[in-house]
Design a protein around this ligand. Structure first.
Ligand code: SF4
Length: 355
């Protein structure tokens, strides 16, 4: 879209939004990148009072359970494994400690920039067991799958995944009623395509796939307002320059080959049947850290003061958490929503504390 066209699209979407005088509308953005883009571009400030944006559970770090961190702590300190992880997860609180605490106790926690880096780490350290923390949605899971395939091809016996991958479609069902419509995440939709949204529409769940520029976000909000007025469920794509109807079949095929659906526990939501992606068994069972190390199931105890669950379900705004910005800050996060740069509490802290 050239600059002129973008300006025109933004103007007409704004006209629709500003002219809206119907009943209150609740729109949930389920993607952390959307939450940040909405703040960064000042979109909340230009919406009329009857259009409410709610931030949902779209950041994979935010929805990762305390028990998962406890498992990683156990692997590092009791099983002497090297933990390979993206940086965000290091500061997510576990029941007793986070992975930074593991380091302080002499545990080996390495930051990697891709799952393939973790495979290389395993190759370079054949005497150590390397466990990659695979935490993500459909966008990042293919990279974990590729790493497992690479490890299998190389005959690696010292590489495994600890998985907490999730898929969004069952989460939308669990969130039914939290909002009138969803802003569907552009990145995840680029992999999944539109099929899941058509299925959700048949079940009465509405939403619009949305990009990340101001024009794209305003256009998606305007589309939601127009479609809600018709009274029937809808599934629209306001991000066609990136999201194709069929998504990315090669990415989905990779996931299908290496992973299989499993139940997953979402922080704040609880267990959602079939909403996780675990290693396919028996084909890839040897790469499952839980099986290789025989660690017990861990449920974890989040800090009782943390209201992440209510934030992620859109029941409260982060500022309504009594310790937001006081005890809990990005420098000293008490809950996972304050850790990741995509976290809802972190976004409110960064942008809304200024307002
Ligand atoms: S402000 Fe901190 S403690 Fe409160 S809900 Fe957010 S992450 Fe949890």
């Amino acid at each position: 879209m050239d600059q002129n066209m973008e300006t025109n699209v933004r103007r007409s979407a704004l006209d629709i939004i500003r002219g809206y005088d119907g009943p209150p509308v609740r729109i949930m953005e389920v993607c952390g990148t959307h939450t940040h883009a909405i703040f960064e571009q000042g979109i909340r400030g230009i919406l009329p009072e009857n259009i409410h944006l709610i931030s949902g559970p779209g950041c994979p770090v935010c929805v990762t359970e305390t028990g998962f961190i406890d498992e990683a702590v156990c692997l590092a300190l009791e099983k002497n494994a090297v933990i390979a992880t993206f940086g965000d997860l290091v500061r997510v609180p576990g029941t007793e400690m986070n992975l930074a605490g593991v380091r302080a106790r002499g545990g080996d926690v390495k930051i990697v920039y891709s799952p393939l880096d973790a495979v290389e780490l395993a190759k370079e350290n054949p005497e150590r067991q390397v466990v990659f923390l695979s935490v993500g949605f459909e966008t990042t899971v293919p990279a974990s799958c590729l790493a497992v395939k690479r490890a299998k091809e190389s005959g690696l016996k010292n590489f495994t995944l600890l998985t907490a991958n999730k898929t969004m479609d069952e989460a939308y069902r669990a969130l039914r009623g939290s909002a009138d419509a969803f802003l569907y995440p552009g990145h995840v939709s680029a992999i999944t395509g539109m099929r899941i949204y058509r299925e959700l529409r048949e079940e009465g769940i509405s939403g619009v796939v949305c990009g990340f520029t101001a024009s794209e976000i305003l256009t998606a909000i305007a589309m939601i307002i127009l479609r809600l007025g018709k009274g029937t469920a809808f599934a629209e794509n306001a991000y066609p320059r990136v999201v194709a109807e069929e998504g990315t079949p090669i990415g989905r095929a990779l996931i299908e080959e290496v992973m299989e659906p499993c139940d997953a526990v979402w922080r704040g939501i609880g267990k959602i049947p079939g909403s996780g992606l675990c290693l396919r068994k028996p084909e890839y069972a040897e790469f499952d850290a839980r099986l290789r190390f025989g660690i017990p199931e861990m449920h974890g105890r989040p800090n009782p003061a943390c209201r992440c669950g209510d934030v992620l379900m859109g029941r409260i705004k982060p500022k309504e958490c009594p310790i937001f910005g006081k005890v809990c800050t990005p420098e000293h996060p008490v809950g996972a929503c304050m850790v990741s740069s995509e976290g809802t509490c972190s976004a409110y802290y960064k942008y809304d504390m200024l307002s």
